[in-house]
Design a protein around this ligand. Structure first.
Ligand code: DX5
Ligand code: ZN
Length: 226
């Protein structure tokens, strides 16, 4: 995985057909997705449950590019090894998930995986101040995590701008997760984001049998800021 700041679209399979993840990943990549975003929820850190490392491992062979695993779980540390072994390229943990985020990030990098840290909308950007030298990605949640299809929280645009200034020249991606649409994408790109997660805005109207809408949706997001 090489670093650049070109804007990447990362469809979230939270909005895909759960009975057909492999084909959904292949379809959305064929339609122009840059990364595949995989949302892991535990029903404890967030009020919803999705799936675990075995599912990530099962879908890995169906993804040609980057598998971006977003862990909305607490605790995180006991599961890092399993998610690393599943073939994740990036593992992102939440700064709110426990008292020892620094250790968590060490463990992710120690497992040979790019490390990400996510911030809930209510969490100040300063919470990552002392973590920036050990992360490859910071995810700014623009909805409260747990569900797809929620409304973009506009106060987070300012957070992205502050974060971009804090990062400076460091090779750290700024990822946006939640409520990304052709209307909201230009706001966060202008503020400095370079990875846009989008669930409902990419998968709406399409299916594995009819994947063309996925491509149209991805192009609509891309052309909103290009
Ligand atoms: C929310 C998840 C997101 C979600 C985004 O908890 O982390 O990745 O799938 O979905 P949309 O794009 O529909 O807001
Ligand atoms: Zn996510």
């Amino acid at each position: 995985m090489t670093f650049d700041r070109n804007v990447k679209i990362a469809p979230s399979i939270l909005a895909a057909d759960f009975a057909n993840f492999g084909a959904e990943c292949a379809a959305v990549e064929a339609q122009g997705a840059d990364w595949i975003h995989v949302d892991v929820m535990d029903g404890h850190f967030v009020p919803n449950i999705t799936f675990g490392p075995d599912t990530c491992k099962a879908i890995r062979p169906h993804i040609k590019g980057v598998m971006d695993v977003h862990l909305m779980i607490a605790p995180v540390d006991p599961y890092i090894e399993a998610f690393a072994a599943s073939g994740a390229d990036v593992i992102t943990a939440h700064v709110e998930a426990g008292a020892h985020t620094h250790r968590t990030l060490q463990a992710i990098r120690g497992a040979g995986v790019k490390a990400g840290i996510a911030l809930n909308p209510g969490t100040p950007v300063e919470s990552v101040d002392y973590l920036l030298d050990m992360v490859d990605l910071v995810c700014v949640m623009t909805v409260n995590p747990g569900f797809g299809g929620q409304k973009f929280i506009h106060s987070q645009v300012e957070k992205v701008r502050k974060l971009r200034a804090m990062i400076g020249d460091r090779p750290i991606h700024i990822e946006i997760d939640g409520g990304v649409t052709p209307e909201t994408a230009p706001l966060v790109v202008e503020a400095g984001a370079d990875v846009l997660v989008a669930g409902s805005a990419v998968f709406k109207g399409g299916s594995v049998a009819n994947p063309a809408p996925y491509g149209e949706n991805i192009r609509a997001i891309r052309s909103s800021f290009a």
